[in-house]
Design a protein around this ligand. Sequence first.
Ligand code: UD1
Length: 431
Amino acid sequence: MNEVIKIFGPNRLKGDIRVSGSKNALLPIIAASTLVDEVRLQNVPNITDCYFMLSIFRELGGNFTWLDNQTLGLGFSKAKSDTLLLPYVTAVRASILFVPAILFAFDHCKIFLPGGDSFSPRPVNYHMAIFEEFGFKCSLSKNYLSINRSRRTPNRVTINLPFASVGATQQAILMATFFRVNTEIFNAAFEPEILDLMKFIKSLGVKFQVLFSRKLIRVFPAKRSKPRKSHIFKVQGDRIEFITWCILGALCGDLVRVTGYPVKWLKRPLEVIHETGARIKVESKDTVLVKTQGRIKRVSVECKPYPEFPTDAQPLLAVLATQCDGNSTITDTVFPSRFSHCEELKKMGAQITVKGNSLTVKGPTKLLGASVLSHDIRASASLIVAGIIAEGETTVDGIHHLKRGYEKFDEKLRSLGANIFTMEQEVDHFC
Ligand code: UD1
């Protein structure tokens, strides 16, 4: 049996929704929990990627307990293994952030190449360059990465990132903290999830200087290695989930109140949704009201690192564009081939042309229910959003991707009035 999501559309949505804790903030924080003896994490989403990271954490010698549905107690003393050759490692990209804890304990490490969404080639060369700056030599084989000490860690480290990579910025912060080396990260990424990691590490005594205009982060680590016990940290809300609800509100919201994320960090995405003509009202510092407004104006958007429009919301924006008046263009400069959702949306009637790293979406198009397959987390959410506005029955397969990053997505949609169900479906076996 295989789980699929079925939607009977079109639906109008109305009501209040609160976003869950952020996957992209949580995963690095689980890796950073190897820095402390004990930590209590609050606002933890129940998603598969969290379980994968916890399994790796346990394999390394850590322990964890669910204290309630959203609170995790984690304990760690020292990495007990120098190898991470587990299937979970290939399932989640953030697994590479456990390397600093292993190198700190053993001065060498062997790890499967990290996985995660496979929408684009996802090399680890920036991570390797960071390990090398800290005195290690890396060798890459087909499936794994070996890292060995080759010289002493210098007293100061300077990292120059070729691209403002989220994972590489987090890696540099973790290496600086473990090895207690003053570190400068040029061309750093500033996604709010990185700010959450810095906030977590700051409470361990590490100091940061963040020079946004120079795209520079300076890390001044603490002198002690295990600075604090019984540390409590609340994971920030999910930025991309917040945008997902706002896009749904713009498409088919009678009035949707979205809450649980600082609106000041959503300037560009909310601006884009507002430009389409949707009614958006900021109700408080973490709440907006969104309502559809009949005719939707076309968009022209480039997805870039924060504070620009996020690549993670690009598949959702593509669905909004199908309802816009005229030709919309969306360019993804972060993952230039992240377009697996387009072929599926075309099965529903969308008129999309992919050229290089850009999409042209002709609208407005009446979408019709179809059987579609999702290939990654955000693609699954976008296909569900398309199913909500489509006429008739839509079946979305591959929803294990959805469950990696969205907590109770179908349940939340039902609470807003959507006709959506998760069902078991027989798998056809061909002999
Ligand atoms: C993180 C997010 C992901 C989001 C992405 C961009 C997590 C768990 N995942 O992924 O949801 O889509 O940021 O906002 O937080 N690159 C290299 N070499 C490297 C590392 C990256 O070439 O060693 C390239 C990538 O191929 C990509 C660009 O840099 O083109 C940005 O990737 P990056 O910011 O590192 O994404 P992730 O941290 O993997």
